[in-house]
Design a protein around this ligand. Structure first.
Ligand code: 5FU
Length: 258
């Protein structure tokens, strides 16, 4: 069988400039690791990100869990993104009608459009959600992911829902650069497949989260990036653990393309 395409080769297929930059960044930095910085105080987030920033290609945020969110925090996060060369992904999971998500993206307290390179959306409301987001996002050079599958037990995002989500991404591939998914939900190489629910050991938490290991995600299930939260930010030595994840995930990718 023909060896799989590399990230750099796949960049050429991607119709979104930021997506192309991400593919290149992953290979340059040898990192397909995303840090999920789910802390509730901005100072703690900035400290963590400065420690592990060199190991990751993306830092993922949940702006609405931060108790002291300010524009100053955003500027400091952007400075760290420049210093360590990573992109910022706000895990907002937009899910309303197009007109409302446009405001949620562009307005409100968080003004997500101003600082998040990447956002994501549920497909449950139909293509209007993408139309609304790209109306403000495209001209700013932003990109979006669709949630095709979730890591949590009992998720309804499966089967026909997942398939319809893939079709939606193909229709809007100028703005949609890939998926949040547990599997390679389609064989289209222009897209990136990002997997949350990753830890060094398989298992689950007490609230429905289900975990796979980096090699199950990247080698067995053929996704491209792993998203890791608690296993890194709760570690005694986040830098060392992040490096462990980076190596595990990138080596799994190298094995896949060889
Ligand atoms: F879309 C998804 C999903 O299917 N599962 C998730 O866990 C998103 N997530 C996010 O990834 C979740 O909101 C957390 O921010 C992160 C996983 O964190 P953990 O601490 O590694 O479990």
């Amino acid at each position: 069988a023909k060896a799989e395409m590399t990230f750099k080769e796949r960049a050429e297929l991607c119709k979104n400039e930021l997506g192309r930059r991400l593919f290149g960044l992953m290979e340059d930095k040898q990192s397909n690791l995303i840090l999920s910085a789910d802390l509730t105080k901005s100072e703690d987030i900035l400290k963590l990100v400065d420690i592990v920033g060199s190991k990751v290609c993306i830092v993922k945020t949940h702006a609405d869990i931060i108790e002291d969110f300010t524009v100053d925090f955003v500027h400091k996060l952007q400075d760290l993104a420049k210093k360590h060369n990573f992109l910022i992904f706000e895990d907002r999971k937009f899910a309303d009608i197009g007109n409302t998500v446009k405001y949620q993206y562009n307005n409100g307290l968080h003004k997500i459009i101003e600082w998040a390179d990447i956002v994501n959306a549920h497909s449950v409301s139909g293509p209007g959600v993408i139309q609304g987001l790209q109306k403000v996002g495209l001209e700013k050079g932003r990109a979006c992911l669709l949630i095709a599958e979730m890591s949590s037990k009992g998720s309804l995002a499966k089967g026909e829902y997942t398939k319809a989500t893939v079709d939606m991404a193909k229709t809007y591939s100028e703005f949609v650069i890939g998926f949040i998914s547990q599997n390679r939900v389609c064989d289209d190489q222009q897209f990136l497949y990002m997997t949350p629910g990753v830890r060094l050991e398989e298992g689950k938490d007490s609230l429905g989260q289900q975990y796979v290991t980096p090699s199950v995600a990247i080698l067995q299930n053929k996704t491209d990036l792993i998203i890791v939260g608690r296993n890194i930010y709760n570690a005694e030595d986040p830098l060392n653990v992040a490096e462990e994840f980076r190596q595990a995930a990138y080596n799994a990718y190298l094995k896949r393309i060889s």
